[in-house]
Write a protein that binds this ligand. Structure first.
Ligand SMILES: Cc1cc2nc3c(=O)[nH]c(=O)nc-3n(C[C@H](O)[C@H](O)[C@H](O)COP(=O)(O)OP(=O)(O)OC[C@H]3O[C@@H](n4cnc5c(N)ncnc54)[C@H](O)[C@@H]3O)c2cc1C
Ligand code: SF4
Length: 296
């Protein structure tokens, strides 16, 4: 199998061997975080309203005019000539619907993941950077990687599928992630999300799980079991070409969406780098428009 090391957004010089905290966020500043951009923007004069929940987009004369936002139980109107929704694959379609600008139910992809785990007798593990190496079968829409989990997450996965016999086997467990590219379907509603997998998606998951089990068996694992599937990257709910144009603008002038919801097709890949690129591209284009307006 074409297994290879995966690029990580980690500064190796600051990363600590034997650390298990990666999934929770890095306390040592080794892992890249989008917060770095926010800090830079605030240094340049941006105002960050933390713990603020956007309720809807304000539209005046057919254009976006700002947002209605709840902060500490109080509702305010924040006015702006340009609004960029970045509430994620579930949040952005909900906000569009709450603003009367999108459908009540938007189909989406979820990139479902299953963890496959087995015990081996000769390791003292459980503390590693997860997804350090993997395999992507693009045509098949299946990706595999190692997936060392923190103990509480491992125990939750074992308990979820009734494997109480494995609850205390964390340090002796090898875990693998199986992720698939699912079809766009189901729906994100105002307060719910339904992603019942299609038969083709279930077949892909079963195929990937079979591969992971075979690898674990080759590694000498026993008591192999798998978690239920969960959504890794919900997206594709406000797709380019349907909900937004190629510049990420909705049909309401001045209103943009920039997050995983704009991904136009079934995905099945880690989306962060793509979303960063989309954000940088939209930011540059809005800044250029602003400069041109200023010059005029
Ligand atoms: C455990 C886990 C591991 C992952 N690992 C990887 C990985 O290794 N590589 C990778 O590329 N991707 C990974 N992902 C996926 C990646 O984190 C997401 O796909 C990505 O963050 C999506 O970005 P986004 O901008 O679309 O949405 P988000 O990052 O979800 O941002 C949306 C933000 O909007 C906020 N929000 C929502 N509604 C409102 C509202 N009404 N008002 C105000 N704020 C609101 C939310 O609180 C959230 O902060 C992982 C995801 C998970 C859960
Ligand atoms: S393993 Fe992850 S959390 Fe731990 S130091 Fe390295 S980057 Fe940070």
């Amino acid at each position: 199998m074409a297994w290879r090391k995966l690029d990580k957004m980690i500064r190796p010089a600051s990363c600590r061997a034997g650390c298990w905290r990666c999934v929770y966020g890095c306390p040592y500043g080794a892992k890249w975080t989008a917060r770095d951009f926010i800090i830079e923007a605030c240094r340049d004069g941006a105002h960050l309203a933390d713990r603020a929940r956007v309720l809807r987009v304000l539209v005046e004369n057919g254009r976006a005019a700002g947002v209605e936002v709840e902060v500490q139980g109080k509702v305010h109107a924040v006015r702006a000539p340009v609004v960029v929704l970045a509430a994620g694959g579930l949040g952005s379609p909900r906000l569009l619907h709450a603003s009367g600008l999108g459908p009540r139910c938007s189909p989406f992809f979820s990139d479902p993941v299953v963890a496959v785990m087995g015990s081996v007798d000769d390791i003292d593990g459980g503390a590693e950077v997860p997804m350090a190496a993997g395999l992507s079968l693009h045509e098949e829409g299946i990706a595999l990687a190692d997936l060392t989990l923190p103990q509480p997450m491992y125990a939750a996965f074992a308990a979820q599928v009734g494997r109480v016999d494995r609850l205390f086997a964390h340090k002796r467990t090898l875990s693998m992630m199986v992720k698939i590219r699912d079809e766009i379907g189901g729906g994100v509603g105002p307060r719910w999300a339904d992603k019942t997998l299609a038969d083709s998606d279930r077949k892909k998951l079963a195929h990937g799980v079979g591969m992971a089990k075979a690898i674990l068996r080759e590694a000498g694992a026993h008591h192999i079991f798998k978690s239920w599937h969960f959504a890794a990257h919900p997206g594709g709910s406000v797709r380019i070409g349907e909900g937004v144009d190629a510049d990420l603008q909705t049909s309401t002038p001045g209103l943009y969406v920039c997050d995983a919801s704009v991904i136009p097709e079934p995905w099945g890949l880690p989306p962060t780098l793509t979303l960063l690129c989309l954000g940088k591209r939209l930011g540059s284009s809005l800044a250029a428009t602003r400069r041109a307006e200023g010059a005029a």
